[in-house]
Design a protein around this ligand. Structure first.
Ligand SMILES: [Mg+2]
Length: 170
């Protein structure tokens, strides 16, 4: 029950995830959440850190695909300038969007990792789709109103996870 929320790895920020780390674990494709993982939810534009990170991933041949619950239009506005492919209305915490992405881009499950800032959506969707996951801290501390309840529930889940897996840490 609790295992469905357990991330494979944890990093403070997506920008701390290096190509070397990914390649060492046989990963060649990153699925990433958009809001508060790649960009602040209230400011949909990339900064220098994002540009540098994407350039580095590209340099090592690691594909980055945005998998977000947001609408096509909102994601397109944010990521088209970055030339990123994306899956919209991914319906996380279900695995529907992740499975759609695996199929659409002809990817192997064990070579993909899902990176996101929410245990209850990103990590659960990854585990439900049998792909690896990385939990990161949200880029900004506030959230959209519809994320608020999730964050409250997340605290409860996080507490239980820590009890069961004391080694989990940032
Ligand atoms: Mg998010």
């Amino acid at each position: 029950m609790l295992n469905q929320f357990k991330p494979t790895w944890m990093f403070t920020s997506i920008f701390d995830v290096t190509p070397t780390f990914l390649l060492e674990h046989g990963i060649d494709t990153v699925f990433t959440d958009l809001d508060n993982t790649l960009m602040p939810w209230d400011k949909h534009e990339g900064d220098d850190r994002l540009n540098t990170w994407l350039t580095e991933m590209n340099h090592f041949g690691i594909k980055v695909i945005v998998v977000s619950n947001n609408s096509h239009q909102r994601i397109a506005e944010a990521v088209d300038p970055l030339n990123l492919e994306f899956i919209s209305r991914a319906l996380k915490p279900t695995g529907i969007g992740i499975r759609r992405a695996l199929k659409q881009f002809h990817l192997k499950r064990d070579k993909v990792v899902m990176i996101g800032d929410q245990l209850l959506t990103d990590v659960k969707a990854a585990n439900g789709s049998h792909i690896k996951s990385i939990l990161v801290k949200p880029l900004v501390n506030n959230d959209a109103w519809n994320t608020y309840l999730n964050r409250q529930l997340e605290r409860v889940v996080w507490y239980q996870l820590k009890q069961k897996y004391p080694d989990l840490h940032w």
